[in-house]
Design a protein around this ligand. Structure first.
Ligand SMILES: *[C@@H]1O[C@H](CO)[C@@H](O)[C@H](O)[C@H]1NC(C)=O
Ligand SMILES: *[C@@H]1O[C@H](CO)[C@@H](O)[C@H](O)[C@H]1NC(C)=O
Ligand SMILES: *[C@@H]1O[C@H](CO)[C@@H](O)[C@H](O)[C@H]1NC(C)=O
Ligand SMILES: *[C@@H]1O[C@H](CO)[C@@H](O)[C@H](O)[C@H]1NC(C)=O
Length: 493
């Protein structure tokens, strides 16, 4: 209702300003990642309205799920679609697969007026923890997708790139000027860089100051943020006051050594998690501090010491994802600026004006019944060993990452922890009665058991499509889970 808001504003003045949200626009170089590794994914229509309400005009996806991509038709929002790593091999070896992929996942959507800008071929395929599994296939897959795009006549509109983790480059001295690409992937990266240059595509890199703090003991706290409180580090004649700039410029030096100092660079992921970190840095107030500095940096378009001007950046991430792999750490499930259900966690002003304001949350989200599953209260009866066993079982099959040291639910006693785990299990399984039994130890309650910072969530209603359900089974793993899902499917059919 922009006109009504405007009318009220002119008459009554600024006091009413807060009630009138007429899609203020975000910084133009700002985009967001929308990952789908949630047991209960948000509906595309709700997410798109939320993006519009926050003025966000760019989104990065990790696959090309057609229900999601098609929801962007006619919105004008710029979309990056992804090809997951497990599809690279096929596409690298047979150009016909690349052509099929483009036909089904690009041509069709362009015809429906989806504004697809980039294809991210693979995701952090050169990560050292993948042991080189995707090293040989990434570049050939990019080439085949590019050829397929050219053949279909989309090569001017849609560009091909691949998101790289910042561990593809390194510096022996830790100074940006010694930056170079890792030896084990050097030839592949060289091919990719020259491919990007030939096709006028940007190098996409993911940069995480949080991980510097998490992984490097004694890393100076202030250097992870952007508020100029850090002791600057000097590299030749250049001063660095935050690790983001230093990291980004390390990449520039690495590119320079390959002969491409001016290649476009796009930051595919940057963000800060809010839970799941035993060192205590992943908390909402730190995320707020990080994003506040980042928004200011993006708004003033200064770039880094070696790269002036605005840099396109995609924030990671929109929502918490409760079935994301926690191999790198429990914080992996807590990257959301918004919670799993689209409620904002902290203040951030996407417009870059630096106001203390909350982002606009998701509207029209449907929740399951207002009920929770907890340990029966006859506390003395429970043997400590039994409780620990059952806790382990529930947590193997649901997300318990908030129970860790220095996390939001760390203050619960053993019985409270068991209750938390029971509820996570129960909610993940759509509040099925069978999921709140645990050998008769569990019971359903109507009063919210949340305590302090520890939130006992109620899951949202999700549209069970077979694809999503399969994904949930894969990620949660375990025979019992598969059995439960089979049971649910049978019961519903
Ligand atoms: C299109 O993308 C989807 C989602 O990523 C994928 O499952 C499908 O296999 C792709 N289509 C083709 C023909 O490769
Ligand atoms: C990489 O190697 C390590 C150690 O050999 C192994 O534990 C891990 O599962 C491997 N990862 C992949 C993705 O193959
Ligand atoms: C929890 O966080 C605080 C503050 O960051 C830190 O001093 C403490 O060592 C952390 N506890 C553990 C178990 O790491
Ligand atoms: C559920 O998902 C399907 C696609 O998987 C879609 O066609 C349908 O409209 C959705 N239903 C609701 C109620 O959103």
């Amino acid at each position: 209702m922009p006109s009504l808001c405007y009318f009220l504003l002119t008459i009554v003045g600024m006091i009413l300003g807060n009630y009138c949200q007429y899609g203020e626009s975000a910084i133009s170089s700002l985009g967001v990642n929308w990952g789908s590794l949630a047991s209960h994914p948000m509906e595309p229509e709700i997410v798109i309205q939320m993006l519009k309400d926050n003025g966000i005009n760019k989104v990065k996806l990790f696959d090309a799920d057609s229900w999601t991509v098609d929801a962007f038709a006619g919105t004008g929002i710029e979309v990056i679609v992804g090809i997951p790593n497990d599809q690279l091999d096929k596409i690298a070896h047979k150009s016909i697969y690349a052509e099929h992929w483009v036909k089904e996942n690009i041509t069709q959507h362009l015809q429906d007026n989806v504004n697809i800008k980039y294809i991210a071929v693979g995701n952090e395929a050169f990560l050292t923890s993948y042991n080189g599994s995707f090293t040989q296939v990434t570049y050939p897959a990019m080439v085949n997708i590019q050829k397929a795009l050219e053949k279909a006549g989309h090569a001017d509109k849609v560009k091909v790139t691949t998101p790289m983790n910042a561990d593809v480059y390194e510096s022996s001295s830790n100074k940006p000027s010694d930056g170079k690409f890792r030896d084990d992937i050097f030839d592949e990266v060289k091919n990719i860089v020259s491919f990007l240059n030939d096709n006028n595509s940007p190098f996409m890199v993911n940069i995480y100051p949080f991980l510097s703090l998490y992984q490097v003991a004694g890393f100076p706290q202030n250097f992870a943020y952007f508020d100029d409180n850090a002791q600057p580090i000097s590299d030749k004649n250049v001063q660095y006051s935050n690790v983001f700039d230093a990291n980004f410029d390390t990449l520039i030096h690495a590119l320079k050594k390959l002969g491409f100092p001016d290649l476009g660079i796009l930051v595919g992921e940057v963000g800060w998690p809010t839970d799941g970190d035993e060192t205590g840095n992943a908390i909402p107030s730190n995320a707020q501090r990080f994003y506040k500095g980042l928004m200011k940096k993006m708004a003033n378009k200064k770039g880094t010491p070696l790269r002036n001007g605005p840099i396109d950046m995609y924030l990671f991430s929109l929502f918490d994802e409760d079935i994301k792999s926690i191999a790198p750490g429990n914080f992996e499930r807590h990257w959301g600026i918004f919670q799993y259900d689209g409620r904002p966690k902290f203040q951030v002003d996407f417009s870059g004006e630096g106001k203390d304001k909350w982002p606009v949350g998701a509207k029209g989200v449907k929740y399951q019944d207002r009920q929770w599953c907890v340990l029966k209260s006859s506390s003395e009866e429970w043997d400590e060993i039994d409780l620990k066993d059952i806790l382990g079982y529930a947590c193997k099959n649901a997300d318990c990452t908030s129970l860790g040291a220095n996390c939001s639910c760390m203050n619960l006693d053993l019985q409270g922890r068991v209750s938390y785990a029971f509820n996570q299990y129960f909610q993940t399984r759509d509040q099925e009665d069978e999921a709140c039994d645990f050998k008769g130890m569990a019971t359903i309650v109507k009063q919210d058991p949340s305590k302090g910072t520890c939130m006992f969530p109620i899951e949202i209603v999700w549209n069970i499509s077979d694809g999503v359900k399969l994904k949930a089974v894969n990620y949660l793993g375990g025979l019992i889970v598969s059995f439960l899902f089979m049971f649910i499917t049978l019961a519903r059919s």
